[in-house]
Design a protein around this ligand. Structure first.
Ligand SMILES: [Mg+2]
Length: 240
C-alpha cells in the first residue's frame, strides 16, 4: 500500500486542549479585570465567567445549530452579551469582546506540545504531505507549523466539521489522493476515527490515556499510546 497523504487532528492530539484552554481563559480573565471590571466583579473567577458564557452559548446553539462551528463568532457574541448585562453599552461590549478574543487567540496558540509531537511532525513531513484538520480554532500557520503542514482545514472556515466527509475530502481532493492512500491521525473515536473510516481512509487512534476501544462497528487501522510510536507504525502500514 502506497501512502500518499497524512492528515492530523490538532486539539488533544498535539497538546492538551484542557490545559491550553484553561491557560487562555485565565489570561483573558486577567485582561477583563483591567478593561471590564464590572464584568469580573459580577463573575468573581474564571470558572463562573466561563459557565455563564457557556450557558448563553448553549442557548444560542439550541436556536441556531448552524452556528456550532462558528466558534470565534460565538465566543465574541457570548462575551458581548454578558458585558451588556452588566451595563456596558453595545459599542463598549463589542470593543471589549474583540480585545478579549484577540488575547484568547494569542494564548490559544501557545500550547504545551505533547512529548515528541514536533519531532513526529518533522519526521513525517519529510516523507508525506501533512494536512491539519481541526474542528477547533487553533491554526497551524499561527502556531508556526507551516514547515510541517502543507494545508490547514478548519470546520470554522468550511462550515462543516469532522466526522462529516467534507473536511477529509477537501484534503484528498487538494492532493488528488484516493481515501485508501491516506491516513488520518487523531484522538477522537468518533470525529477522527469514524470520520476517516466512513470515507475509506486509514486511521490512527492516538490513545494517550490507554483506554479500551468501545466501538463495535468500526475500529482504527492503527492504535498508539504515544506519539513517538507513530513513524514506525506508519512504516508498518506502508508495508501492508
Ligand atoms: Mg482532538
Amino acid at each position: 500500500m502506497k501512502l500518499k497523504l497524512i492528515c492530523f487532528d490538532l486539539d488533544d492530539t498535539l497538546w492538551s486542549t484542557k490545559q491550553v484552554m484553561m491557560d487562555a481563559e485565565t489570561g483573558v480573565y486577567g485582561l477583563l479585570q483591567e478593561i471590564a471590571p464590572k464584568l469580573t466583579e459580577q463573575y468573581g473567577d474564571v470558572m463562573s465567567l466561563f459557565q455563564a458564557r457557556l450557558g448563553y452559548w448553549k442557548a444560542i446553539l439550541a436556536e441556531q445549530p448552524q452556528m456550532r462551528h462558528q466558534i470565534g463568532t460565538m465566543r465574541r457574541r457570548s462575551l458581548a452579551h454578558l458585558l451588556g448585562q452588566v451595563g456596558y453599552s453595545e459599542t463598549e461590549a463589542s470593543a471589549i469582546s474583540e480585545k478579549a478574543f484577540a488575547e484568547f487567540m494569542v494564548l490559544r496558540h501557545q500550547p504545551v506540545y505533547f512529548d515528541s509531537a514536533l519531532a513526529v511532525l518533522k519526521t513525517l513531513s519529510t516523507e508525506y504531505p501533512l494536512v491539519a484538520i481541526t474542528n477547533g480554532n487553533a491554526c497551524s500557520t499561527r502556531l508556526g507549523l507551516d514547515n510541517y503542514f502543507s494545508r490547514h482545514i478548519s470546520a470554522e472556515a468550511l462550515g462543516v466539521g469532522k466526522p462529516e466527509a467534507a473536511p477529509f475530502e477537501a484534503a484528498l481532493d487538494h492532493f488528488g489522493v484516493s481515501p485508501e492512500q491516506a491516513l488520518h491521525i487523531g484522538d477522537h473515536p468518533h470525529d477522527d476515527i469514524y470520520g476517516a473510516y466512513a470515507i475509506g481512509m486509514h486511521s490512527l487512534w492516538f490513545n494517550r490515556k490507554g483506554e479500551t476501544w468501545q466501538e463495535q462497528d468500526f475500529r482504527p487501522t492503527i492504535e498508539v499510546t504515544s506519539l513517538k510510536q507513530i513513524p514506525a507504525a506508519v512504516q508498518r502500514l506502508q508495508r501492508v
